[in-house]
Design a binder for this molecule. Structure first.
Ligand code: PLP
Length: 393
């Protein structure tokens, strides 16, 4: 048993609900509970609240309110972006990075079944896209590109400005999954000239069950579902007014944190913790080195090995660290039945071998943590690694 309360270091999986989001949702629950399509006063209050949330999100994202389509989260948003845009285009080629979230890979696989050619663009050892390969493929039949703005497992931030420029020059539509970037960096949708942007509220202090697709005004999209004409006819279904209020409040707070020093303090805590973790034997960094390359400011990803240099099992480490009172995650999935870690596709794409790619661990911090609480993490990891090492066959 651990004496202290467990530490939550898994912000990339989900964040606790921010107080401002909770308050905004409580207010909306009181005043804006009705269906925003209803013509009576209750409905008008709900519609007004929804539009306030839409305007607030848009101003946090450097675009106009007409760009926002509320939906259930980023998985839906990504599918609407890729399948909805592809349905308006002749069958062609979709380029995706080799380190996309499974939601993008799944939407790409659906397009492949419809006859689209799907080409993964390779990444280098830090997870950054090979821009030369991207550029060489930006000609017909390429019609659509999807790139993850910031990688959830290894923290790399793609050069979105350059990627958007290349796509625009080639006349190819660009979708970006900005789920992990939006809590930490401004997304200047219009300035960057992005066509489609996917976001999720629960990764930035908002509630689960709501997200958005940002659609460049004028861009046609085929809806995935028929029904009511909500969200400019592109996403049918009664809008989640209360959740949208929480989403907007959480994103506005995240933007304030990027400007008022909170993000910088978080980054300094991350740097300090990373320094202490890398001093432990058998611990090395995966993804970009934050002293030299852009990396999500709250993000640490490690590869771990035992005293003999043999990679440890990332999933066992997650459980062992939880026994030490620290909640983290690993990029590896469980292999069918054996319980052992399968290599992470992201780490494989970055060039790590199979056993190294099964030894990954991710620690992602958030503003709910005090710097002093992190002091116990290195010892916890050392103990967890020792217990996994002892259990290894
Ligand atoms: C980069 C990225 N894209 C998409 C998703 C899917 O988000 P949601 O849970 O809102 O469907 C996630 C969440 O794991 C993510 O990290």
């Amino acid at each position: 048993m651990v004496a202290e309360a467990p530490l939550y270091l898994d912000a990339c999986a989900t964040t606790p609900l921010a107080q401002v989001a909770h308050e905004a949702m409580e207010a909306a629950r009181q005043l804006a509970w009705a269906n925003p399509s209803s013509l009576h006063g209750f409905g008008l209050s709900a519609a007004e609240s929804l539009e306030r949330s839409r305007h607030s999100l848009a101003s946090s994202l450097g675009t106009g309110a007409e760009a926002i389509r509320f939906c259930s989260g980023a998985t839906e948003s990504v599918h609407l972006a890729l399948l909805g845009a592809a349905a308006t285009l002749p069958v062609g080629r979709l380029l995706i990075s080799a380190v996309e979230h499974p939601a993008v890979n799944a939407a790409a696989a659906q397009l492949q079944r419809q006859g689209w050619q799907v080409e993964p663009i390779p990444v280098g050892p830090t997870g950054l896209l090979d821009l030369g390969v991207l550029e060489s493929l930006l000609h017909p039949p390429t019609r659509l590109v999807s790139v993850i703005a910031a990688q959830s497992e290894v923290g790399s931030i793609q050069p979105l400005t350059t990627i958007a420029q290349l796509c625009r020059q080639a006349g190819v539509l660009l979708h970006t999954d900005a789920v992990q970037l939006a809590p930490h960096r401004p997304i200047a949708m219009d300035e960057l000239g992005l066509d489609l942007v996917s976001l999720s509220a629960h990764k930035l202090g908002g509630p689960r069950g709501v997200g958005a697709l940002l659609v460049r005004p004028g861009l046609r999209l085929e809806p995935l579902l028929g029904g009511g004409g909500q969200e400019r006819g592109q996403r049918a279904g009664t809008e989640p007014v209360v959740l949208a209020a929480g989403f907007a409040a959480a994103l506005a707070a995240a933007r304030r944190h990027q400007l008022d020093g909170t993000s910088q303090r978080l980054e300094a805590s991350r740097d300090h913790l990373l320094h202490d973790l890398l001093a432990l034997p058998g611990v090395r960094l995966s993804g970009p080195d934050p002293t030299r390359q852009p990396r999500l400011p709250h993000h640490i990803s490690l590869l771990l090995s035992d005293g003999q240099g043999r990679p440890l099992d990332g999933r066992k480490l997650v459980r062992a660290l939880w026994n030490e009172g620290v909640a983290v995650s690993s990029g590896s999935a469980c292999s069918g039945g054996s319980g052992r870690a399968e290599p992470s596709p992201v780490l494989l794409a970055m060039g790590w071998d199979r056993s190294q790619a099964a030894s990954g661990l991710r620690l992602s911090l958030g503003s709910w943590l005090e710097a002093s609480q992190l002091e116990r993490v290195p010892l916890a990891l050392e103990r967890a690694m020792a217990s996994c090492g002892a259990a290894a066959p």
